[in-house]
Each structure stands twice: as C-alpha cells, then as structure tokens.
Design a protein. Structure first.
Length: 149
C-alpha cells in the first residue's frame, strides 16, 4: 500500500489473520522446502536423519519456525505495542528517494493511531529467545526434539 494511504488500524483479529495468511501462503511452503533442503544438506539437526523421512522433519521444522516468526512479528508483538505490522511503500520518486524511504522504515513504524514511532528494536527478541530455548533443548544431553527426556 502507498505511504500516503490512511487505513484504519488493524484489529487484533486482523493482525492474527495477516500472520495466518503469511504463514500459510503457498510461497511460505516453497521457502520452507528450500530451507529444509539447505538444513538437511548441512546436517543442521543430525537427529532428523537423511532421506525422505529426514527431509520431512526438516520441512515441518522450517514451516513451524516461519509460522512462529510470523505470529510473533505480525500479530503478538504489534498487538502488545499497538503498532501496525503492514509495510507502506513510497509508490513514487526515483531510486534513491525510494531506497532512502525503505531504509528509514527499518527503524520507523506506524502506530495503530496513525502516528510514527521508532521500531521496537526488541521485537525479534521473543523469537530469538524461542530459538535459543530450542537450541539449548536440542543440545542438552538426553533431550532431543520429540522426546520428553
């Protein structure tokens, strides 16, 4: 949507619907497939194994990881901080003007009230904590995904 467009704020339900659409769009399954192939080739999780069965584990791991990231960054954190998770394009201007706008909006986001604020730089922290927890769990002796200890 264009940067000058004034849209009503997203409701909580709409934020979750946005995250759901992004999580289950056909392109997310293609991306998960590519990530699964790369992870399997690197043997990122040796306990997942190789072959079709191992690829299936890598694949669903990638799908779940993307979904968690989408829900955290597009629904949960924006709902708590009253921010608009949508990206507004500039829509006009030359390459440098549009690039400047895009780069500046890495740090500036819109609020639900229509104002602007510095982007919550800690927004990805819950996702990073989740990933760290999973990594610690997977690296702990005797604890592996799908096992209870």
């Amino acid at each position: 949507m264009s940067a000058n467009t004034q849209l009503p704020p997203l409701t909580l339900k709409a934020k979750f619907w946005l995250a759901t659409r992004d999580s289950f769009d056909y392109s997310s399954f293609i991306t998960a497939g590519i990530l699964a192939g790369v992870s399997q080739a690197k043997k990122s999780y040796p306990e997942f194994g190789q072959g079709a069965k191992g690829y299936g584990r890598y694949y669903w791991h990638a799908v779940a990881d993307q979904a968690v990231g989408n829900y955290l960054t597009e629904a949960i954190v924006p709902a708590v901080t009253h921010e608009d998770p949508r990206y507004y394009t500039l829509g006009h201007g030359g390459f440098f003007k549009r690039t400047d706008y895009a780069v500046s909006h890495l740090l500036i986001t819109r609020t639900d009230a229509g104002g602007r604020t510095l982007l919550r730089l800690w927004a990805t922290e819950p996702e990073q904590e989740y990933r760290a927890y999973i990594t610690r769990r997977e690296n702990a002796p005797g604890l592996r995904p799908g096992r209870s200890g």
